[in-house]
Ligand binder design. Structure first.
Ligand code: GLY
Length: 329
């Protein structure tokens, strides 16, 4: 089927969007007072639990997404986030994180932060105590110090060993960068308030100073109480090219379900990225009415979804397996 026909099929179905394929994870509107949390990867399960617990202890939605993603930042076995994250090609861990409030549009982000295991706490401090939205590198570090955050060792033993092996293979320190399992989390509170947070060590062996989508508003995360919230994981350069999370939220604003919105965005990446469909890009989203969805260009992605106090880790079918090149071009 030609792409135009494929789009028309979506329109004929009444949506005007790429036809939803009835994937798991899409859901009916919440019951009143229900809190919904969705996050990326199986390690999102612990993040969702911490977010819910924070709310139950009287914390705000913003506190909840911050505390949620801190779980992965503290876990040295997760090699793509916080302490445990793999370093850049010089052996230095540079962390990125961002947080956004979908009601006020307040946000804070840090990029290429060195010396702090919890970049999301520094991003939150940017939101709370700085007139700026984004601080990078040495400036972000100076801000963290001024805010009283203690400098910490950020290279875990596992990451140090992985770097040692990588440098043995690439003695000039110029091997390819790889891997990027960002923890992103979207929370819809019982009063319809949406907050989002993202945290990552970015690509392993990246060029020093490289920043992907995760700490950039509209790319790795975006929330608007009037439309919905979305977070991304995958190849930051490709997600950033299309303003991925913003695009998903804007499709939802126009009435797309979260899955349709994500499919449209994956389709945009597949058609417009120089790498076509050979891209890692995955999104999870909650629409303002509580409908949730997840989508991924390639297989292997999982969402962690918490509804009615129960969390499930669900495999997300690949866009490239559900569609053909012909459909998408
Ligand atoms: N998606 C994370 C990164 O590319 O850095």
């Amino acid at each position: 089927m030609h792409r135009r026909d494929f789009l028309l099929r979506g329109a004929a179905a009444g949506a005007g969007f790429l036809a939803s394929t009835g994937l798991q994870g899409e859901s009916t509107p919440p019951t009143p007072g229900e809190v919904i949390v969705i996050s990326t990867w199986p390690f999102g399960k612990a993040a969702n639990a911490a977010a819910i617990q924070t709310l139950e202890s009287g914390g705000s939605a913003l506190d909840a997404v911050e505390k949620g993603v801190m779980t992965a930042e503290a876990d040295p076995s997760i090699q793509s986030v916080g302490f445990g994250g793999l370093p850049n090609r010089s052996g230095v861990v540079e962390l990125d994180a961002a947080i956004q409030d979908g009601r006020t549009f307040e946000s804070g982000a840090v990029c290429s932060l060195q010396g702090y295991r919890h970049p999301i706490k520094v991003a939150r401090a940017v939101l709370d105590h700085s007139p700026h939205l984004v601080l990078v590198g040495a400036g972000a570090r100076e801000f963290a110090t001024d805010q009283g955050f203690p400098v910490e060792e950020t290279l875990s033993e596992g990451a140090r060993e992985a770097y040692r092996k990588w440098r043995k293979k690439h003695p000039d320190g110029k091997g390819p960068a790889s891997g990027h399992d960002t923890l992103g989390l979207v929370l819809l509170n019982s009063d319809g308030h949406i907050c989002v947070a993202c945290t990552t060590s970015g690509l392993a062996w990246k060029h020093p100073g490289r920043v992907g989508d995760s700490p950039l508003l509209g790319h790795g995360l975006y929330a608007d109480d009037e439309a919905g919230g979305c977070v991304a994981t995958g190849d930051g350069e490709e997600i950033t090219r299309v303003c991925g999370s913003f695009l998903v939220v804007e499709w939802m604003r126009k009435g797309a379900t979260p899955e349709e919105a994500i499919d449209e965005t994956l389709d945009r990446i597949a058609r417009r990225s120089p790498r076509g469909r050979d891209v890692h890009a995955s999104f999870v989203a909650i629409r303002a009415d509580g409908m949730t969805g997840a989508g991924s260009m390639r297989k292997g992605f999982h969402q962690a979804l918490t509804r009615k106090g129960k969390t499930e880790v669900l495999s997300v079918p690949a866009f490239v397996d559900r569609t053909t090149d012909e459909n998408k071009r």
